[in-house]
Design a protein around this ligand. Sequence first.
Ligand code: ZN
Length: 357
Amino acid sequence: MKSRSLLLFCVAITALPVVVRAQEPKYPITIIAPGKGPFTFPQGYQTPWDQIQILVTEKMASNLFVLHGSQGLDPAHPDASGGRAMALFGPDGVLMVDTQNRQVAEKTLNAIRSFTGAPIRILVNTHIHGDHTGANAFFAKQGALIYAQENLRNEMLRPPMRGDGQPAPAPDMAGVPLATYRYQPDTRGQPAVTFNMNGETVDFIPMMPSHTAGDTIVRFRKANVIYIEDFYRNFGYPFADQANGGSIRGMLDAVDLIEELAGPDMTLVPGHGTLVKKNDLLAYRAMLVNIMAKVKTLRDQGKSLKEVLAANLTAPYDKTTQGDTQQSKDRFITEAYDEVQDFPPVVDGKRAMPRRP
Ligand SMILES: [Zn+2]
């Protein structure tokens, strides 16, 4: 028995390098693409969190996986529930980018445990939204030290008023980032933090106020990947969270920075929708410029928000915009309307936006 298992062991180690070389896969690998829709939900529909699965949907390298939720169940993100999370793993532990919704925290951990048992050590938040930071406290309790822009921490500690004028609930202090850095215009595009882990070099690059005032993109140099979060999207119309300091003009600057930072073959991982290359951002940029100019012209003529919405300015883009809904269009046009005149400044990561009934 002993000599037979020794023999098998020798065969296994001599055969291994050959097998690895023969199976060298080409990254990125999409395992489950986000859904295309169209998706509709009945009035009063509530997300059935118990039915949502968190799955490995893309592999960016042998030690860098993407986690995303199932399609068709979450009306906020019907293409795939939640915001993409990423995990870099290996002997140095796990570095996570974003944490998915609070309601699926255990499932997100289980998905990570399906490919690594390494301790969760580092977590970076790309922006404050619940589909990206909801399970922060849960993962901090697993051992993660949380990094983010100082503005994100401020947005969490002192959240803007909700749309209905009510104060937002107090944050769970366990999920508030402990390690912070700032965006500085004179070092635009340079990493605020760099980790050397698991054979990879990871850069946290703070962004100008764009999707929010606390955005960070995450570059994996060896894998040739940047997680570009939500200032770009290809499911639904663009969303600048102005109350949290975002702006459409900032999203334009963010796209321009990616044009500088990314090579033509680099894979860009948005928070939602499909993976892209930097050339895919150009049509999106052109749409932002076009809509801003048209809304400005109408507002300068004294048109009301209602009249600008009725002008249906997104019509030329509806056919090519996946996840196009009236709500997503109206939100985009309203943002542009608010931005072209009397746009409040960012203070502590927030803007005092006008409230509408
Ligand atoms: Zn998102």
